[in-house]
Write a protein that binds this ligand. Sequence first.
Ligand SMILES: Cc1cc2nc3c(=O)[nH]c(=O)nc-3n(C[C@H](O)[C@H](O)[C@H](O)COP(=O)(O)OP(=O)(O)OC[C@H]3O[C@@H](n4cnc5c(N)ncnc54)[C@H](O)[C@@H]3O)c2cc1C
Length: 356
Amino acid sequence: MTKKTDYIIVGLGLAGACLSVQLLRRGKKVMVFDMPDLNRASSVAAGLFNPITGKRIVKTWKADEMFSYLIDFYRSVEKEYHIQFFNTSPLYTPFKTIEEQNEWMGKSADESFRDYILQVTSRSTYGDEVNDPLGGILLGRCGYIKTNIFLEGIRDVLKRDENYREEKWENSKMSVSDEGVVYKDLIAEKIIFCTGIHLLENQLFKGLPLKPLKGEVMSIKLPMELNRIYNRGVYIVESGDNIYKVGATYDLSNLQEETTVAGRKELEEKTKELLSMPFEVTHQDWGIRPSTIDRRPLIGAHPDQKNILVFNGLGTKGVSLAPYFSDQLADHIIGSGNLDKEANINRVKSLYSRFR
Ligand SMILES: Cc1cc2nc3c(=O)[nH]c(=O)nc-3n(C[C@H](O)[C@H](O)[C@H](O)COP(=O)(O)OP(=O)(O)OC[C@H]3O[C@@H](n4cnc5c(N)ncnc54)[C@H](O)[C@@H]3O)c2cc1C
């Protein structure tokens, strides 16, 4: 017997989970395919969101729109589905040099940073927890989501309504036309691939400029509870019971599917530099981020087949990008909105092979 749905979503990482929520909220039916064991990005992530990143003191791309949107989005998901995974928390970065201290002092007077900077200090403020002899910057609008609780919560909702299949998607079993998509017993209007780095194995998108970026994280046990996120070289984010996630490394060349001694050494050294207390490493993990050369997501329809779409390229910032761009993509899918030019997959259409 055939089963009709509006949209098929392949992949239940941050991209697929946020898009599922958005489409369900618009009254649409979805069928989601996923292989949780293949997930080596969303499930490993510390789940941090931080609007001011990098060595330069600049807001991340679209910070003003994206960060207010994500806070409302995750809070409303918690309420709607009765799950708890979202936490706001100040983030403290100790200064390394006097120049840096001066630069931040200057920025704190800048009106456009008013909502983000909670405090700038020039002498040690949290010295019993971190090494901050020159003081530091305390940022607001930061926090973290417990990604596994979020993903499991959405998976449970989909399972409950029989909108979830734990099975590997195979393109060879799909037929697509301008009328829609047929897959085994399923008929849908469109399919959206939210398969993270596994999109590189998908012949339909061969040549798409996705760049695997490996990351390692470790979990540490601390003798005391921290009241904020710390970030300098590594971030230290609470994950329950005095266990904290420390991350991450960035490796474009060594993509071996395992944790490494070098990864552990780097994380341990940076943690020792940041923390002023002893810690015990309890776990190490690895994952591969689906990043892009221009650091912008890849969203939209395949140029040769409008019923095949993609939501990918979330790179190092899936937690903050996924809510905002899933909203945009969901509107676009149901025919009521345009895609951001910088994120639209059209910008790279000359690079990947024609639909066959
Ligand atoms: C170590 C590390 C730390 C990170 N920390 C952070 C952080 O603190 N904050 C932040 O914002 N981002 C962080 N990131 C980045 C973030 O994890 C990614 O941006 C995000 O998870 C990408 O989500 P995704 O849904 O695109 O891909 P994925 O999470 O990889 O999800 C894709 C899903 O598709 C499924 N799939 C693939 N192929 C098939 C198929 N054929 N059939 C069925 N299912 C399939 C996979 O099993 C998987 O579940 C981190 C990443 C790493 C590796």
